[in-house]
Ligand binder design. Structure first.
Ligand SMILES: *Cc1c(COP(=O)(O)O)cnc(C)c1O
Length: 400
């Protein structure tokens, strides 16, 4: 196989606007006319390509963005959604029905965890949360009614790396679908080529990169994407997590610079991770030799894009974390905010914010300390200066 080059594949996509504009036109319509009644019926039945029916089903710009994201992940097809959670919940509800069982990594995005833990049982869908690197336990937990294995390629917030290849071998053996949330590692990892059946992103993060929009995408086989959009039984069609055309257009424009941004996020994050580790801090970053899955990860990533923009530093107590984050914000080094993938560094104490849905005893078991600060490193031009200023903040707050 030729080397998979997502950025060049996206570059080759050419979408002109209606009047020769360099950007594709945004369809400002929720519904579309037909020249004949017959072609309307055919479109309803999914038989006509290039005809639009109603924008909850599809719209020109949403199809362009979906196509570009299928190129990003190397999948046959994709469907954009109004949020990352819209993509995750639609996928799970498409694949699992009452009485089914899910196996999920225990370190996942708080919203995904809450959906599986609190919402799905109401539909009689149960989930077992398991250490994603304990492949034996995962295999032992498979039941006759298990339908999916769910994980994040790089987990939130602990930055554990899933062995997607090994998980896909297990999934295939038991005829399960492997769903991978790749939000933390676009371009660096392509789960589809490691055996994932469905790859999901929150577009809200790195892919859009401007912290001005919410969006999501489901990438997979043509058959699965058609199922999701089926007018009679598709979760994306019937639950209605439709991305607005205006937003799709702005996300598509931002996607065009993703390859440049990811390189800079990774370069800056690696520099800070190495520098803070040298200072004696407890740093977790997949690009550090001290990271437990560093070697495995190095084998599967596209090195050009590095080890990603996220790192964590454990400053032991919530009090330390809060003092340090407030000072860094006052010094204009970043913002005390959830989310990630912004041009500016964002930091949160995950245990008390984005992962607060996870009960305290479970947080402890998975190694989620109250003093754990998750950093999404920004696109700072002079990262050495940033390091020096952050170090001063750490000295002032007695973290260093
Ligand atoms: C943010 C995030 C989500 C949810 O995405 P939204 O766009 O906020 O709905 C899912 N998974 C991961 C890993 C995330 O970081």
């Amino acid at each position: 196989m030729e080397k998979f080059d997502a950025a060049s594949n996206i570059q080759d996509l050419q979408y002109f606007g209606e009047f020769g504009g360099v950007n594709p036109s945004i369809s400002d319509s929720s519904t579309y006319t037909f020249l004949s009644a017959k072609s309307m019926i055919d479109t309803f039945e999914g038989n006509t390509d290039g005809c639009y029916l109603y924008s909850r089903h599809s719209s020109p710009i949403n199809l362009y963005l979906s196509e570009a994201l299928a190129k990003l992940e190397g999948t046959e097809s994709a469907n954009v959604t109004a949020s990352g959670m819209g993509a995750i919940t639609s996928t799970l509800l498409q694949l699992c029905k009452a009485g089914d069982h899910v196996i999920s990594s225990r370190t996942i995005y708080g919203g995904t965890y809450a959906f599986m833990k609190n919402f799905l049982p109401g539909l009689n869908i149960q989930t077992d949360f398991i250490d994603i690197n304990n492949l034996e336990k995962i295999e032992q937990s498979i039941k006759p009614n298990t339908k999916v294995i769910f994980c994040e390629s790089v987990s939130n917030p602990l930055l554990e790396i899933a062995d997607i290849k090994a998980l896909s071998v297990i999934a295939k053996k038991y005829n399960l679908k492997l769903i991978v949330d790749n939000t933390f590692s676009p371009l660096s990892i392509a789960p589809n080529f490691l055996g994932a059946d469905v790859t999901i992103h929150s577009l809200t993060k790195f892919i859009n990169g401007s912290s001005d929009a919410i969006g999501g995408v489901i990438c997979g086989s043509q058959e699965f994407i058609n199922n999701l959009k089926d007018v009679n039984s598709g979760a994306c069609m019937l639950l209605g997590p439709t991305l607005d055309s205006l937003r799709a257009a702005s996300i598509l424009k931002n996607l065009r610079t993703l390859h440049i941004r990811i390189k800079k996020h990774s370069e800056n994050a690696l520099f800070l991770a190495e520098s803070f580790e040298k200072e004696g801090l407890t740093v977790k970053y997949p690009g550090l030799k001290s990271h437990p899955q560093h070697e495995n990860y190095s084998e599967i990533i596209n090195k050009e894009y590095g080890y990603g923009g996220l790192l964590t530093i454990d400053v032991k107590t919530a009090e330390n974390a809060n003092k340090l984050m407030e000072l860094m914000q006052n010094e204009n080094l970043g913002y005390l905010a959830v989310s990630l993938g912004f041009y500016k560094t964002l930091f949160t104490a995950s245990g008390s914010s984005t992962s607060s849905e996870i009960p305290e005893d479970e947080q402890k078991e998975m190694g989620l300390s109250k003093g754990l600060i998750r950093f999404s490193i920004g696109l700072d031009h002079d990262i050495e200066r940033t390091f020096k200023k952050m170090k001063e903040c750490m000295i002032k707050t007695n973290v260093l």
